[in-house]
Write a protein that binds this ligand. Structure first.
Ligand SMILES: [Ca+2]
Ligand SMILES: [Ca+2]
Length: 287
């Protein structure tokens, strides 16, 4: 009996000693997110193997410093289990992947650099209008318009929302390709009179000179930079909520014509240019 107790004590001491030799692991990590791709940096101590749960239902990883690409934005609880001779420890953090709008309406235009021009006539065939760029996100349509120094106060966007020339406005216009469902008229330099503001109008289908009916009053433009002088030109960026377009909703491919008017509402520019008889510019939504 006495011998048995003695052995037990000895075992206890041995166990304590072993714990000193193999300290418990510390689980720790940091991460850097680039869009949906997250690079994890393992900062664990006293560990030799790892299991990562990325919190999105995907397979776990045993890599020391994994990179994981998520399917969507959101908040994910990431759990790291670090195992060493001294045991296993785990740590968890919420990884937040926030959606960033691709374009910021802020009077700086570097965010448009990688966006190809949808319609560009740098030699002046479009008169006051030189270039149009379009971008979209799940929430917004973004527009970049470059004009000459004579760019007028009003920008008009004619939009074929369903990419179908047989629906929408079929009447005469400076463009030769009809089928336009919407007209956005935006006053980029606010008038002091009753014309100030912007609106989205829908084609009524009537075969008359001006078959547009306002859908809403002001604030069709969600946000605008206003005109910015740049290299002898005037540039503006603005955004419109996609939910402004209801019947029909915006399809995956839309067609766009753009006009420019001065403060007497006389047309002084078009893209594509009137004279070229080119079809409207075609824009396909981002995947
Ligand atoms: Ca910008
Ligand atoms: Ca149409």
């Amino acid at each position: 009996m006495l011998l048995g107790l003695s052995i037990c004590s000895l075992a206890l001491v041995t166990s304590c000693g072993k714990e000193d030799e193999d300290p418990k692991p510390v689980a720790e990590f940091s991460y850097v997110a680039d869009g949906l791709e997250v690079t994890f940096t393992n900062e664990s101590e006293n560990a030799t193997s790892y299991v990562w749960d990325f919190g999105d239902g995907s397979a776990t990883s045993t890599a020391e410093n994994p990179t994981h690409t998520y399917d969507d934005f959101g908040t994910f609880t990431v759990i790291l289990e670090a195992t060493g001779p001294g045991g296993m420890k785990s740590v968890e953090y919420d990884v937040e992947l926030l959606y960033e709008e691709p374009i910021k309406i802020d009077t700086a235009f570097a965010d448009w650099t990688a966006v190809p021009a949808l319609c560009s006539y740098p030699d002046g065939e479009g008169r006051s209008l030189l270039e149009l760029k379009v971008m979209d996100s799940p929430n917004f349509l973004y527009f970049y318009v470059k004009g000459t120094s004579s760019l007028g106060e009003v920008i008009q966007l004619y939009i074929d929302a369903d990419n179908d020339t047989t629906t929408g406005w079929q009447y005469w216009g400076w463009f030769k390709k009809p089928g336009l469902e919407y007209l956005m008229e935006g006053v980029m330099v606010p008038f002091t009179g009753a014309d100030a503001g912007s609106s989205i109008q829908a084609a009524t289908g009537a075969d008359i000179d001006w078959p547009w009916e306002p859908l809403i009053g002001a604030n069709a433009i969600n946000k605008s930079s206003g005109y910015v002088e740049s290299g002898g030109n005037k540039v503006v960026e603005f955004s419109i909520l996609k939910t402004m377009f209801t019947t029909p909703e915006l399809g995956n491919t839309i067609r766009i014509l753009i006009g420019n008017s001065d403060n007497t509402w006389a047309n002084i520019g078009t893209l594509p240019p009137k004279e070229t008889n080119a079809p409207p510019a075609t824009y396909t939504m981002q995947p």
